[in-house]
Ligand binder design. Structure first.
Ligand SMILES: *Cc1c(COP(=O)(O)O)cnc(C)c1O
Length: 360
């Protein structure tokens, strides 16, 4: 068996310890004589899994008791619709568009109400995050929406917008559990877990209890109403059991690593190896502005499509996988999530150095 350094943006690398533990319980989970994939979501064993997962997540993120944790399906993309359908009481929401994901969310919200584009960084191909201090929010906005870490363009908000009494809704898919967050600053924090937390198929929604309402858009499917899912404790229908189980193992792994403060420092150190090299390189260039660089997704280019393609193909000989950039930015992208070991980033930079020498 040999494992590669997997720089995929998602589904993405998971901790080896977690995969091994899942493997050990594959045929017989905890003396039940069956796999978690085979057990009823109403069983005692599964109740233990989802309750422990929620408790560990609450501990890791220090989630206050007036916030609900929902483990749902439909990916982050389904939340692009669920959020306006559930939250638009006045029918108005303010969107900051800093990349493809927030742009998609904004377009989706327009199907359900008056979604207003209050700032965008599209003028410079989303290489920066709009200045949040100069923003004017709509008086009647039901929420302000951001994507805090734009997976494709490699930017992260250096600072949150101060929205006052208007709830802030944040898509954190590609930075989930990469650093501590002050949950009380938000109305909703949500993310698909396949970037940094678990396998595809689960989206976690952390929502303040006053935003869980009965008087939602009447067209909202029952299953997409937050009230349905919070009352049923995410068991309104069959949840993504296996995915929730793996997320739970990742939460335990994070706790064993020392929690999110420790992860943040590790992520800063790991990203610095790559950014420091990019800043000194004459061949490679990071595409995101320095003051809003993501710790998780690092897009970079050589400036030549031929050299980019050659880099991607030669990378495979160095055990470096899925380093090709998203088509909208081109070049390369290294996603260096929690489970990417420091050795992986070092191997990447070593290869970049030798590639630069060869093509100087
Ligand atoms: C990947 C991604 C999504 C889409 O997630 P799905 O689970 O595929 O719907 C949304 N937002 C961000 C920031 C992402 O990185």
């Amino acid at each position: 068996m040999s494992r590669v350094f997997n720089f995929s943006a998602g589904p993405a690398v998971l901790p080896e310890e977690v995969l091994k533990e899942a493997q050990a319980g594959m045929l017989d989970y905890d003396g039940t004589g069956m796999s978690v994939m085979e057990m009823s979501h109403r069983s005692k064993a599964f109740a233990g899994i989802i309750e422990t997962a929620e408790a560990d997540l609450r501990e890791l993120m220090n989630i206050p008791s007036n916030y609900h944790v929902l483990f749902l399906q439909g990916g982050a993309t389904q939340q692009f619709a669920a959020i306006p359908m559930n939250l638009m009481k006045n029918g108005v929401a303010d969107y900051i568009v800093s990349g493809s994901w927030s742009k998609k969310a904004y377009k989706e919200a327009k199907l359900y109400g008056d979604a207003r584009l209050i700032a965008s960084s599209e003028d410079k191909n989303f290489s920066y995050v709009p200045d949040v201090d100069s923003l004017k929010f709509s008086d009647d906005a039901d929420y302000v929406y951001i994507c805090q870490n734009e997976t494709i363009y490699g930017t992260k908000y250096p600072k949150l917008p101060s929205t006052g009494n208007i709830p802030l809704v944040s898509d954190v898919s590609s930075m989930f559990l990469s650093e501590p967050m002050n949950v009380s600053d938000y109305g909703i924090i949500y993310g698909g877990v396949q970037k940094n937390v678990g396998p595809a198929g689960v989206v976690i929604v952390i929502i303040r209890d006053d935003l869980i309402r009965e008087d939602v858009n009447p067209q909202t499917p029952t299953i997409m109403r937050y009230i349905t899912q919070s009352e049923a404790k995410s068991l309104s229908n069959t949840p993504p059991c296996w995915g929730i189980y793996i997320c739970g193992l990742v939460f335990k792994w994070l706790k064993n690593m020392g929690g999110l403060d420790v992860m943040k420092q590790r992520n800063i150190d790991k990203a610095a190896i790559l950014y420091d090299y990019l800043d000194s390189s004459k061949l490679f260039k990071g595409t995101a502005d320095k003051d809003c660089r993501s710790l998780m997704n690092v897009p970079f280019i050589t400036g030549s499509d031929e050299l980019d393609a050659l880099f991607v193909s030669e990378a495979k000989d160095h055990n470096i996988e899925s380093i090709k950039g998203h088509r909208s930015v081109g070049g390369m992208r290294a996603s260096i999530y929690n489970a990417m070991p420091k050795a992986g980033v070092e191997a990447l930079v070593e290869f970049m150095e030798s590639f630069e020498k060869a093509h100087a």
